[in-house]
Design a protein around this ligand. Structure first.
Ligand code: ADP
Ligand code: MG
Length: 699
């Protein structure tokens, strides 16, 4: 049989047939996404126990995690009631005796026989004068000590589990999968690269990551597997970038146009030099052959919207259409209103397209988009629904892009030409990570806030001192200021003791702010209700807005200068920073109060303390990434981006850099990856990354 087919065969074989699995357990494994032998092999331990050092029983001390090798002396099972039982296995070595104790697992009795050689480890204690290990990890030895140990007497893997699969079971199953696959696990890096990088062969690394011979070989295996993980991501982004550059052409745009100049001239402020620098980069891109595919990062309030608008006008001025896609209807409407105002004297036809429009209104806008009558459209995902057909989309801006997935962006690129596109975000991503996740995009940063913008004063206050903060808010109200009261939940639930906006709205209005009108805004209200609440708040009809994270993205109400965040410990730091960005946008200095219910929790206090003393959003985001990892901060999992399995691009920067370089060199030497020695790479890539390559049309 052809060797390759045989290989694929084993790894692709259902995990059901691995020794110790069977149909019932397969159902449980499927819950963890484990379907075949390969999935089991790639089911990495989440940590390890060092169970190598075996003690003499006499040396075992209470309160210490210890292991020993001994012989089973006696077994006794006591029933303590209908469901309760106590199994005691007395074991001994030449130095003494210790009891292994198992509660409510009577079936274990059959596993032990007098005279069995055994290794056990766990936390020791003294009970009625006797040494015990309660529910220890153990292994009954059949061969020599050191042979085939799985559960103790070595560095032991600890796996992520699912209900119904125990740690011991999982270890046995993974071991069986490794044995079954044997040496048939294919290498996926060229021999030269392994050699020059001093890396382990893949098959060895996969065995060592599960059953390491030592901490050193575990470390080495980890580095090898991290490298391969990041290497294929780098290859993916480099090939995507190449496809974008060589693929469908981009629309021709030749700014500067009169329109852009007139618009900039009409603004009530001067562009910051950072904004100008970025606009220069954007203009160079749209005029170049490779086109504009750029990620724009800039702190909250750094003025990204204007940069997006001007980019759109570059296309509109050249007779093409532009679109801006944003994550919420509220934000779309806010941008739309601003644009109408900005463009009132310019020959630019702007429309709003969101899901809550009436059917006839939608139809009219769809028609205007198709005929080209509409120059510029701002909207939500409604922009990428079936039936939207631009006459000629020249440039697309995607705001707060981390809220969207790759697939959604890809849909904007389905016409004959790929539009130029600019994606904008206020949750910055460190360069080493950006290179990996967005390596196919060029990167621009607005690293300067508009002149005169001051930092938001941030104070941590215990919930018990809320009264004091309310008094300050009342004074603020009396002086014409406005406030957001922010809560993590919309409605109270039995499951949590978190305060919720709906209930708190009534309480605040009745008990604390009788003489000041408050309003309510949350995600479960209809678009009309939301829009009304925002209008009333903007116009000053209500002074306080009791709300949730619906205001997180982009809401711009300059008169709001006070923000009270309840249960701040529930939010990530980057999110808190977004929220804080809602205030202090107008003339008054912003004030942010973090009303924590856990003022005594040291870890929370430290986090909030960092936040309250750091106003630079990039630093805040970096700290958040450190604390919670990129998956959480960027919602990577939900949005279809990469979730890192082993590598942490922040702490493994050296591996990231090495991989980037190796990958670039490889593509330079062998652009098509068709040299025989590189076939391992192209085979693996096309087998595992093809679907993600197909999303490459835009971003
Ligand atoms: P973000 O980068 O968070 O999206 P916005 O684009 O919403 O920020 O800008 C925040 C506010 O700053 C807006 O009210 C905008 O009109 C204003 N702004 C933008 N650029 C400048 C500038 N160069 N000078 C003064 N104000 C500016
Ligand atoms: Mg914005």
């Amino acid at each position: 049989m052809d060797k390759d087919i045989e290989r694929k065969g084993i790894l692709a074989e259902s995990s059901q047939y691995v020794k110790g699995v069977g149909p019932a357990r397969q159902v449980l494994l499927s819950r963890m996404g484990v379907e075949n032998v390969e999935d089991l092999i790639l089911h990495f331990p989440r940590k390890y126990y060092d169970r190598r050092n075996l003690s003499k029983i006499v040396e075992i001390k209470p309160g210490v995690d210890s292991g020993f090798a001994g012989t089973v002396l006696a077994i006794s099972l006591r029933r303590l009631g209908s469901r309760r039982s106590l199994l005691t296995v007395a074991t001994g070595d030449e130095s003494g005796v210790i009891n292994l104790v198992f509660f409510n697992q009577p079936y274990l009795e059959k596993q032990f026989k007098q005279g069995d050689k055994i290794i056990a480890s766990g936390m020791a204690r003294i009970y009625r004068g006797q040494k015990q290990l309660v529910a220890p990890e153990y292994e009954i030895l059949t061969g020599e000590l050191g042979d085939e140990l799985m559960h103790t007497g070595r560095v032991v893997p600890v796996y992520p589990l699912t209900a119904g699969i125990s740690q011991r079971m999982m270890r046995r199953i993974v071991k069986a999968a490794l044995d079954k696959a044997g040496s048939e696990i294919p290498e996926n890096l060229p021999a030269k690269m392994l050699e020059s990088g001093g890396m382990m062969p893949r098959v060895l690394a996969l065995r060592q990551i599960h059953y390491p011979d030592s901490w050193e070989s575990l470390e080495e295996a980890g580095r090898r597997l991290k490298f391969e993980e990041i290497f294929y991501l780098h290859l993916l982004v480099m090939l995507r970038k190449r496809k974008l550059a060589e693929g469908k052409p981009r629309p021709e745009i030749h700014p500067p146009h009169d329109l852009v100049k007139r618009f900039i001239g009409s603004l009530p402020f001067k562009m910051t030099s950072a904004q100008k620098k970025v606009l220069g980069e954007i203009r160079a891109d749209v005029e170049s052959k490779k086109g504009l595919s750029r990620l724009l990062q800039g702190d909250v309030g750094s003025g990204k919207t204007i940069v997006g608008l001007i980019s759109m006008l570059m296309a509109v001025g050249g007779g093409l259409q532009s679109a801006m896609m944003v994550p919420t209807e509220i934000l779309a409407q806010q941008h739309f209103r601003k644009m109408k105002q900005y463009f009132s004297d310019l020959p630019v036809k702007v429309e709003l397209l969101i899901g809550s429009l009436g059917a006839s209104e939608k139809k009219r806008i769809h028609a205007g988009i198709a005929s080209g009558e509409i120059d510029l459209v701002v909207g939500t995902q409604a922009l990428i629904q079936e039936g939207i057909d631009f006459r000629q989309l020249g440039l697309a801006v995607i705001d707060e892009q981390h809220r969207f997935g790759v697939r959604q962006r890809a849909r904007l690129g389905q016409g004959e030409l790929i539009p130029h596109f600019l994606v904008m975000t206020a949750t910055p991503i460190p360069r080493s990570l950006a290179q990996t996740v967005y390596g196919d995009l060029d990167l621009s940063v607005i690293d300067e806030l508009p002149f005169g913008r001051r930092r938001v004063r941030t104070e941590i206050v215990g919930e018990r001192e809320a009264e004091m903060v309310y008094d300050r808010v009342k004074k603020g109200f009396a002086a014409g200021k406005q406030a957001f009261f922010l809560y993590p939940l919309v409605e109270e639930s039995e499951k949590s003791d978190l305060k919720a906006a709906v209930d708190e709205f009534e309480r605040l209005q009745k008990e604390h702010f009788r003489e000041f009108p408050l309003g309510l805004l949350h995600g479960r209200m209809s678009f009309e209700e939301k829009s009304r609440a925002i209008d009333m708040f903007s116009s000053g009809e209500i002074l306080g807005l009791v709300t949730t994270t619906v205001i997180e993205v982009g809401v711009d109400i300059p008169n709001a200068s006070m923000l009270l965040i309840n249960h701040p410990e529930r939010f990530g730091l980057a999110q808190l920073h977004q929220l804080r960005g809602r205030v202090g946008r107008g003339g008054d200095e912003g004030e942010c109060y973090l009303l924590t219910g856990k003022p005594d929790d040291a870890k929370i206090a430290k986090r909030l303390e960092y936040f309250s003393t750091t106003s630079d959003g990039f630093k805040v985001a970096e700290m958040d990434l450190k604390l919670r990892g990129p998956g959480e901060v960027w919602g990577l999992r939900q949005s279809g981006y990469t979730v890192f399995r082993l590598i942490n691009p922040l702490s493994d920067r050296d591996i990231v850099e090495k991989s980037w370089k190796e990958c670039r060199d490889l593509l330079e030497r062998d652009p098509k990856l068709d040299m025989p020695e590189n076939m391992v790479v192209s085979d693996y890539f096309w087998k595992y990354y093809k679907p993600r390559m197909e999303l490459a049309d835009i971003g």
